[in-house]
Every structure is written in structure tokens, then in C-alpha cells.
Write a protein that binds this ligand. Sequence first.
Ligand SMILES: [Zn+2]
Length: 377
Amino acid sequence: MSKRYNRREFVLATGAAFAGGIITGLSGCKSPKPRHTTSSAVPVTGKVIDAHLHLDATTIDRCLTVMDQNHIHYGMNIGIGGEQFEAFQQAYQPYKDRLGMMYAFDWQSWQSDPDYLSKTPDLLENAIEKGAHGVKIWKDLGLTVKDPNGDLVRIDDERLDPIWERAEKIGCIVAFHTVDPVAFFEPWNEQNERWEELELHPDWSFADRTVYPTRDDVLEQRNNVIRAYPKVRFQCVHGANYSENLEVVDAWMDEMPNMYVDTSARIGEFGRHSAEEGKAFFEKYQDRLMFGTDRVFRKDGEVQGAGPSKIFTREEDQKFYNIHWRYFQSTDIQFEHPTPIQGSWKIDGIGLSEKALTKLYWDNAFNLYGLDRFGVT
Ligand SMILES: [Zn+2]
């Protein structure tokens, strides 16, 4: 399938100078001055839908407070299963005009219950009847989920077809978080550009080829499902899990008109491309790109897309969200991206048109999720 991401090509293409995994800044550049610092402290639309955040029944108030402080009018709780789904489903009833939810399967149940798979379409339909907007397929499918025989299950395994068929029948969204950043599939050593992040989460390394399939293989499995079900709309999270290579994502979106992409936890990666390339991509696919942050709200710790788990101050959150507005709206150059643990390079704003921003921040998610049904205004 696609051209494999090659770090050296990438370095040459972007002008970023990596030395043994240490980013030293733009090659040959003196510290550049911002070109213009515009109104990037607020989103031009005034209000925004975050198509990708995480919370549970115990953090609804906290989440709404942070949303209110940062222009997020509606948020999609993307992927919650089992008892947590039931609890959230009950607790969020008064806030259905502010929050949505996506269901998640518990593949582990397949181990103890060989009939689990045959129950999944009904589990999905039941979740949709309870108000879920769709189902989130986490990265464990394709990487670690095994059938009761102990065999790794492919995403395009025909045994899963009844799930996608049901999704088509009831018109539910399927969100795919498939694989992870390129660096997590490369040897885990000091040369790895996400060394710091992998130290924090050693279980995020999928470099062992005797255990895990290749990244390209698993992404192709996902795409096979998207191709086979053109009437289902798929939310491919984290920049379709390949924001390192916009050429490839561009080709996918061109080929598959039912592929929608959210930006969650990938502003840093999008920002590694030149502002011109980033802007061209976001303008070209302005009808299928959705703003998302991957902000996590848990009682025992919160996460801003990536990095350490802690409770963030109002100022820290404002900084986090403001960088997003700045990236999409301004043409400022060389500022810190929102998830520095993913790499210490700087990014340039892409200065999108107001039309593209309005769709990115609001219209696309509103239409995909059918939010008029939930009284969202
Ligand atoms: Zn997430």
C-alpha cells in the first residue's frame, strides 16, 4: 500500500534538523519572529465542538467547566464500555445538548464467552438506542485482540462483518483508532523520537515484529473495512493515525469519501509539515475534518492529548486550547505545539479560511453526529 514513512525523507522535506533523535530546530534558521499575532486566543466561530475527548460519570461537571472556559460548546466522549457506559449514560442525561458518547466493545469478554462476538451487533444497537452516536474501535483490535483460539484478529476479519453491517443498517458512526504513531513501531531506544513518551508508557511500544504486525498492514485492514462499507461514515481519529504523512492521508480521503478525520493529539504532527502543506490539506478536505483534542478527564488524573497525568490549572488549559486556535487560525511561526512530550519541535500556524474553520470547529461534527436531534445549538 502506501509509501512507508521515512524519517530521513521527512526531515529533508520539512527542513527540521534531527540529530540522533534530538531536535535542534530549523536548519540554518535564526530564531524567527512571529509574522502576525492575531486573534488566535479565541476561536473565530466563538464556539467549538471537540469531536474527541474522554470522561466518565464522575467527571462530567469538571469537563463542562473546562469546556465553558475554553469555548468548547459540545464534546464527544469517544469510547466508553461496560459498566462505565451504563453509569455515564445515566449521568449525562441532563447534558445531552453538551455531551455525546460512543460505545466501546470489551473484546476481553470473547475469551471467557465464545458467543461474545455474535452478541456484538445487538450490543451496539442497544447502545445506540440508549443515545450513543456510534462505536469506537480502539487500537487493541488489530494489535492485541485475540480470538478464543489465541489467534490475533484482523480488523477486516469477516467474522466482524455483522458489526459493520449492523452499523450500516442503523446508521451509526464507526470511529477507528488504529495503530499508533510511527515512532511506536520503531525500535525503542534513544534514537526513537518519542523516547520520552515511551518511557512514560512502555506498553505503547509495538516494535517487536515477532509479536505485532506492521503498522501499514493494520492500517490497510482498517481501510479494507472502510472500503467495504461505503454507506457507513468512519471517524478516523488522530489524523487517521498517520498525520506524519499527509500525502498518504490525502490519498485515503480522496479514495474513501466516507472517511472523516479528527485532529486529536496530532497538532504537533500536523505542524511538522510546512504551513503551506498543512493549509492545503485542511482546505482541500474542509468538509470531512473535525476539531478534536483528546483531552482526558478522570478523577485520578487528566491528560491534555498526551503527556503526564495530573489536574491542570485553568491557565494550563487555556494555553493548551489557545495553541490549537493559533495553529489553525494564525500565520505565526515557530511556536510550541500542544503536546510537547511528542517531540520538541516548533510549529507554524496555517491560517485557514473562515469557511474551513467554521466547518472544522463546528459544521462537520454537527452534521456527522446529527446534533440537531439532541437540541444542540
Ligand atoms: Zn482518545
